[in-house]
Design a protein around this ligand. Structure first.
Ligand code: PPE
Length: 319
C-alpha cells in the first residue's frame, strides 16, 4: 500500500508509522470493529468525498448494531475525515474510518472495552484493476455462503464478518478467478466479496433485495437511482444462481471497486463476453457522478477544504 503522512486517531493527528495499537487490543482477538470504505475524487469542483454523510451514517449504524458507542459526534468524524484528506495533501484517495474495541479488557463481554476511532487515507487504485473496469472480470461462485442473518448481521460493516469474504476471496483467487460471488443461506445470489451485484436480463436490471443478506451498499443505492434516472427499470428480487449464467449483462458495485462489469461466471460467458450496453450507460453516468461531471448528482459530493499539510501530533480541535 501507498503510505500517506498522517492518520487521525481519537482526535489527534499522528504520523502514519506511529498509528499503532497494543497487541491485546480487543478487536484484534474477536473482530470487534466496524469500518467504512469511502473515496475522495479529484472532481470538477476540487477534491470531494463521494456520499460522505451516507458512509458516516452507516458507520454509526454498524457500531450501534454491535452495541458500540462512538465517542465522537457524526459531524466531528466528518470534519476529521475532511481534514485528514486535506492535511495529507491528497486530491483523490481511499478513506478508511475504523471504530474498534481497544486495549484494556479481554474476554467476550465487550461492553466495558473502550471504543477507539481512527481515520486513515491513502492512494488506492482500481480494486479489480483498470482493465477489469474497462473489459470486465472473471468471477466464480464461491462454495462459501454469505454470513446468515441468523448468526451475524449482514447489514453491519463489521470487521469479524469479513472472515467470510476473506475465505471466498482466497478460494476464488486460488482457482484463478478475479472475484467471488457469494450465495446467501437460501442459495440465492447475494453479492461479491466486497461489492453488490446487478444482473441485466431483457433490458431490466435486477439486484438482490435487503432480505438476501446483502450489505446495503452506498453505491448500490447510487446505481439504482442513476439507472432509474436513465429510464431503466430496476427490480429488487431474489436471483437464482442459473440467472447469472443466463444473464445478458452482470456488473458489480462498491466503493473500492466502483462499477465493474463481469464478463464470465463459472466459465460461462456473460452475454457476448464484453460489457453490455446497459452496464456501459450506467457506468458512464456513475463515473460522471463520482468526478462531479454530472450536475444532477453534485449533492453527493462533500468538498474537501483547502488546508496546508501540517506536522504530526497537532490537535484537530474537534476532540
Ligand atoms: N458488500 C460488501 C461485503 C462490501 O464489503 C462492500 C464494500 C459492498 C458490498 C459495497 O458497499 P459500498 O462500498 O457502500 O457501495 N466493500 C468495501 C471494502 C473493500 C475492502 O476490500 O476493504 C469497499 O468497497 O470499500
Amino acid at each position: 500500500m501507498e503510505p500517506s503522512d498522517l492518520i487521525w486517531m481519537n482526535g489527534e493527528f499522528v504520523a502514519w508509522e506511529d498509528a499503532q495499537v497494543h497487541v491485546l487490543t480487543h478487536a484484534l482477538h474477536y473482530g470487534t470493529s466496524v469500518f467504512e470504505g469511502v473515496r475522495c475524487y479529484d472532481t470538477e469542483i476540487g477534491p470531494a468525498i463521494f456520499r460522505h454523510q451516507d458512509h458516516v451514517e452507516r458507520l454509526y449504524r454498524s457500531a450501534g448494531l454491535y452495541y458500540m458507542d462512538i465517542p465522537f459526534e457524526r459531524e466531528q468524524i466528518r470534519q476529521a475525515t475532511l481534514e485528514t484528506v486535506a492535511r495529507n495533501g491528497l486530491r483523490s484517495c481511499y478513506i478508511r474510518p475504523l471504530v474498534y474495541r481497544g486495549y484494556g479488557t479481554m474476554g467476550l463481554f465487550p461492553l466495558e472495552a473502550q471504543v477507539d476511532v481512527a481515520v486513515a487515507v491513502w492512494e488506492w487504485g482500481a480494486y479489480l484493476g483498470e482493465e477489469g473496469k474497462r473489459a470486465g472480470i472473471r468471477a466464480k461462485v464461491s462454495s462459501w455462503r454469505r454470513i446468515s442473518p441468523e448468526s451475524l448481521i449482514p447489514h453491519a460493516k463489521a470487521g469479524g464478518q469479513y472472515l467470510n469474504s476473506v475465505l471466498a476471496k482466497i478460494e476464488t483467487h486460488k482457482a484463478g478467478y478475479d472475484e467471488a460471488i457469494l450465495l446467501d443461506d437460501h442459495g440465492h445470489v447475494c453479492e461479491g466479496s466486497g461489492e453488490n451485484i446487478f444482473v441485466v436480463q431483457d433490458g431490466v436490471i435486477h439486484t438482490p433485495p435487503q432480505t438476501a443478506s446483502i450489505l446495503d451498499g452506498v453505491n448500490r443505492r447510487s446505481i439504482i437511482q442513476i439507472a432509474a434516472d436513465l429510464g431503466f427499470t430496476v427490480v429488487e428480487r431474489d436471483i437464482a444462481r442459473a440467472e447469472l449464467y443466463l444473464a445478458d449483462e452482470v456488473f458489480l458495485s462498491g466503493t473500492a471497486a466502483e462499477l465493474v462489469p463481469v464478463r464470465e461466471i463459472d466459465d460461462h460467458q456473460v452475454g457476448d463476453g464484453r460489457p453490455g450496453e446497459i452496464t456501459r450507460a450506467v457506468q458512464t453516468t456513475f463515473e460522471d457522478a463520482l468526478y462531479g461531471r454530472a450536475e444532477r448528482y453534485r449533492d453527493w459530493l462533500d468538498p474537501v477544504p483547502a488546508v496546508a499539510p501540517a506536522a504530526p501530533a497537532d490537535r484537530t480541535g474537534v476532540a
